[in-house]
Design a protein around this ligand. Structure first.
Ligand SMILES: [Zn+2]
Length: 197
């Protein structure tokens, strides 16, 4: 077992770790079903980007989650599409995102829900404080390179890709995030080789 990526020797993904210093801090909320999933991309994201915090859970203790969101005085923004249909599920509409917040990445915390689409909505429902966060929405994304998991919609990206594109759009040096996407392609190719024919 590799102590860094927590995978068995031959499946170790540490060769794909691309260390990148970020102004924006990542807070990755990982659904428990993703923790042991070999195809999951969030750990590679977490190991590559600094600063980054990753915690596993579905329904978080509200005070603990609020503390993680506000830690260090950063402004939390949820990386999540606007989903008006979710109002009928009892999910409150998000507040508007103040564009000024995006101009100072060092004061920003990008909150990322690492789960399938269904489970991510459940996590939103179960953690009302996430509903109170303004959302950062990706627009006009290229098709996903995530060939190892079935996507539910053509524009649905892996957690790593979604975060990389968001950082590209927010960061003052967008080009450097391409390295993370290139490493992700290597990770995907490795997973494909390990899938039994
Ligand atoms: Zn490893």
């Amino acid at each position: 077992m590799c102590p860094r990526c927590l995978r068995a020797g031959s499946t170790c993904i540490c060769q794909w770790i691309t260390p990148l210093q970020s102004g924006v801090e990542l807070l990755i909320l990982q659904h428990p079903l993703e923790v042991g999933n070999a195809k999951n991309s969030a750990r590679l994201l977490h190991l590559s980007v600094q600063p980054s915090v990753m915690v596993a859970g579905e329904a978080f203790e509200p005070a603990a989650l609020a503390a993680m969101l506000e830690e260090g005085g950063r402004t939390p923004v949820l990386l999540y599409p606007d989903t008006p249909g979710d109002r009928s599920l009892g999910i409150a509409p998000p507040p508007a995102l103040d564009a000024g917040v995006l101009r100072d990445p060092a004061r920003l915390r990008l909150v990322i829900v690492d789960a399938t689409w269904r489970k991510s909505r459940k996590m939103l429902y179960l953690n009302p404080v996430l509903q109170t966060l303004p959302r950062y929405t990706l627009r006009a994304m290229p098709p996903s390179h995530y060939r190892i998991r079935k996507a539910h919609a053509p524009d649905q990206l892996s957690t790593l890709e979604a975060a990389a594109y968001a950082l590209m759009q927010i960061d003052t040096e967008p080009a450097r995030w391409q390295g993370l996407l290139d490493a992700f392609d290597g990770f995907v190719a490795q997973q494909l080789r390990q899938v039994p024919a």
